[in-house]
Ligand binder design. Structure first.
Ligand code: B12
Ligand code: SF4
Ligand code: SF4
Length: 322
């Protein structure tokens, strides 16, 4: 496949890409049954937007094909692990410290502009669209549905976000074969999850038990799920089930990965690496709007003041600052 120059892909932090013409997910039935039992407080996966996920043409009627990209945050993850910083998720400081919804969208536009198409039209799929993106990456042959529920690539592990360009035409590309399962008998992620959020039978997550939901999606003063005390004191997102995975360990060990941090990412890491009590006091002194403004343009904006205070309170109740 030579649709994109390697230099371009490297400069945009792309690990791999694939192509599919299938608008129907392979696993909509599985998603539907999960959403009825395990979606918990994630309401947007249970209302009319659930059915929109059954076919991409419901979201983009012109759909003919998709180019699916894996955007790396391996460098930032490596840096955090080297620093023994496990309280924030790797993706949160990737992408030059910018909110990936904007930064990856910008990169996807650059990619689209390099395509030489007749009557060009496109739509971006990047996290918030009602599209099953893991399934889309699976259909594009980029990885398998792993037991920790991540899409894992045999070559690149899972420290990446999925971003896609949906097109109104077919390209002359032969789609890759689907990836077989490479989890085998391994259960490391299931054993390591502190809150037993992984359902081993279905390879899905019980959303309200997941620390990612607790720290990012819950904006009110709620208590952490049982088992939080066995975590690493996560305050934003959770990477535990990825950090223990042999496929990620192998990538970080065998690939030449030089931690590269933008100044913006470094500043955020340093600020969040301080004594949680101090952080909580500083955020508490700000107004709600002040906290929003402080984190503006980064993913840390999402939980809002209440959410941040809740996360830090939980950390302080169970973990002593160093
Ligand atoms: C809701 C959501 C969450 C929820 C629920 C997560 C979950 N596992 O369901 C919460 C808040 C917990 C969350 C957490 C995280 N998320 Co999230 N999330 C989403 C979102 C918006 C929808 C996912 C969804 O529909 N979940 C419901 C489940 C059932 O669907 P699914 O995850 O797509 O999984 C498929 C398989 O499970 C398959 N399936 C079901 N049953 C079975 C059974 C078998 C045997 C098989 C083979 C397959 C199979 O069907 C599903 C549908 O296709 C997507 C973006 C998007 N639009 O798709 C990002 C997304 C999945 N998240 C992502 C990331 C990075 C994360 C975190 C790592 C962030 C963090 N560090 O905190 C964690 C990882 C937690 C985890 N282990 O999954 C990435 C994943 C990239 C990857 N490599 O897979 C996505 C794709 C965003 C993106 N555009 O990159 N997330
Ligand atoms: S992200 Fe954390 S809490 Fe969620 S399933 Fe993975 S290990 Fe468990
Ligand atoms: S830790 Fe093991 S079981 Fe879990 S996703 Fe990785 S390979 Fe699969």
């Amino acid at each position: 496949m030579s649709l994109f120059a390697k230099e371009l892909l490297d400069s945009l932090g792309i690990l791999d890409w694939g192509y599919t013409e299938e608008s129907l997910p392979r696993t909509f039935k599985e998603f539907e049954s999960w959403s009825k039992t395990d979606a918990g407080s994630l309401n947007y996966l249970q209302d009319h937007r659930r059915d929109l996920r059954s076919d991409i043409t419901k979201v983009y009627p012109e759909f003919q094909s998709a180019i699916v990209f894996l955007f790396s945050y391996q460098e930032e993850k490596k840096y955090l692990l080297d620093q023994k910083n496990t309280s924030i998720a790797g993706y949160s400081v990737g992408f030059n410290g910018e909110d990936y919804h904007y930064e990856i969208a910008r990169r996807l536009k650059v990619l689209f502009d390099t395509l030489d198409l007749e009557k060009p039209d496109f739509k971006i799929s990047l996290d918030i669209q009602p599209i099953l993106e893991r399934d889309l990456a699976f259909r594009a042959g980029l990885g398998w549905f792993a037991k920790n529920s991540m899409i894992i690539s045999r070559e690149h592990g899972s420290y990446f976000l999925i971003g896609s360009i949906l097109l109104n035409q077919k390209l002359h590309i032969t789609p890759r074969e689907l990836s077989p399962d490479h989890c085998g008998k391994c259960t490391l992620c299931i054993d390591a999850c502190p809150t037993a959020a992984i359902n081993p039978d279905t390879r899905t997550i019980k959303a309200d038990l997941c620390l990612s939901t607790f720290t990012i999606e819950m904006m009110n003063d709620v208590t952490p799920p049982t088992g939080y005390e066995n975590s690493r004191g996560e305050v934003f997102g959770c990477d535990i089930c990825q950090d223990v995975c042999p496929w990620n360990k192998k990538v970080l060990k065998t690939k030449e990965i030089t931690p590269f941090m933008s100044l913006r990412s470094l500043r955020m890491i340093e600020w969040l690496q301080r004594d949680p009590k101090l952080i909580m006091e500083e955020l508490d002194m700000m107004s709600k709007r002040g906290v929003k403004k402080f984190f503006q343009g980064t993913v840390f904006e999402r939980p809002g003041k209440m959410g941040w205070i809740k996360n830090l309170k939980a950390k302080l109740s169970y973990f002593q600052p160093k």
